[in-house]
Design a protein around this ligand. Structure first.
Ligand code: PEP
Ligand code: MN
Length: 341
């Protein structure tokens, strides 16, 4: 249920609605806009059925939310959420480019890539210190040593950093370095992790699960939002279909669908969707044209030597070329490339 207050409703009237919600054992979520205040109700709304909210002073209307997610929904927040990450904006009219290697491998690998992707127009550096790998025998990431390398890259280039957190246990150490915490596709329904991510302050980029519907995706985002962290960025990274020519199938239609249902920014990951370097440029252009809020691209100085996902990684030179066309498309769709302000 969403309670929309009248323009000019008084703090006392707002407080009364909040108290009424508390009294029924539910949690209010207050969103103060420039003109109106909107109060969302979190919890089992059936308890509120007998409460005639529309009769309380200052209440304009009461909207039942039929969708299973509330805080993630556009009904709750009609305008796009714009998330600020160290002076970079994600969402709204901004198109944000994140790039870097799949995994942090060495100081030299990360720093040389960071400098080059920054030069080509990326504003956030990606790189996994902790890697979720299908096989336990594959490279699992450098762990804490990888975080140190990311911190050094941040210091040297000024780029913001996104890196994956695999479990609640690592959350605070990863959050010390990361400007955005990534929750990967395989952890999209790790509810303990979502819960912990929602209780801390760093922005989260939540990747869509390999086999998850858009509704499940938004419900996972709802976990984080409902725990108090409103800085959530969604990432579509391809879903598993019957098609074997690509690693996954980029669900480009997820962009307009999510944009209709939710106010949260949506980033596309052409690298994990394609799985092969040669398809990454086309999917990047499609992402820019789709109205997405940005892309996250894997770039490695020597893809043939990469310890993880080399086959889908662009070289810095290839990335630079892709960015030239991405910039042109971003302009056509009425967005602007995020820059460090
Ligand atoms: C990644 O982006 O590093 C990653 C592991 O991707 P995904 O979770 O989408 O597979
Ligand atoms: Mn990867």
């Amino acid at each position: 249920m969403i309670i929309v207050m009248k323009h000019g409703s008084t703090p006392k009237e707002i407080e009364r609605v909040i108290e009424t919600i508390h009294k029924e054992g539910l949690k209010p979520h207050v969103s103060k806009g420039e003109e109106t205040t909107i109060i969302g109700v979190i919890g089992d709304e059936r308890k509120l059925d007998p409460v005639p909210f529309q009769l309380l002073p200052g209440v304009d209307r009461v909207i039942p939310v039929l969708k299973p997610f509330k805080l993630a929904s556009r009904d709750f927040k009609p305008h796009d959420s714009v998330i600020s990450v160290n002076g970079i904006y994600v969402g709204g009219k901004n198109f944000t480019v994140i790039a870097g290697p799949c995994a942090v491998e060495s100081v030299e690998q990360v720093i040389s890539t960071a400098k080059k992707v920054k030069n080509a127009g990326a504003v956030i550096l990606r790189g996994g210190a902790y890697k979720p790998r299908t096989s336990p025998y594959s490279f699992q990431g450098l762990g804490p040593a990888g975080l140190k390398i990311l911190a050094e890259a941040k210091k040297q280039t000024g780029l913001a950093v996104i890196t994956e957190v695999l479990s609640e246990t690592d959350l605070s150490s990863v959050a010390e370095v990361a400007d955005i915490l990534q929750i990967g596709a395989r952890n999209m329904q790790n509810f303990a992790l979502l819960d912990a991510a929602g209780k801390q302050k760093k922005p989260i980029m939540l990747k869509r699960g390999l086999m998850s519907t858009i509704e499940e995706f938004l419900l996972s985002a709802e976990y984080i939002l409902s725990r108090g962290n409103h800085q959530v960025i969604l990432c579509e990274r391809g879903i598993r279909t019957f098609e074997k020519a690509t690693r996954n199938t980029l669900d480009i239609s997820a962009v307009p669908v999510i944009k209709k249902l939710s106010h949260l920014p949506v980033i596309l990951d052409p690298s994990h969707a394609a799985g092969y370097q040669e398809y990454v440029p086309a999917l990047s252009y499609a992402a820019a044209a789709s109205g997405a809020d940005g892309i996250m691209v894997e770039v490695h100085p020597h893809p043939e030597k990469a310890l993880c996902d080399g086959q889908e990684s662009l070289t810095p030179d290839q990335f630079k070329l892709v960015m030239q066309r991405v910039k042109a498309i971003v302009k056509v769709v009425g967005k602007k490339l995020s820059i460090v302000s």
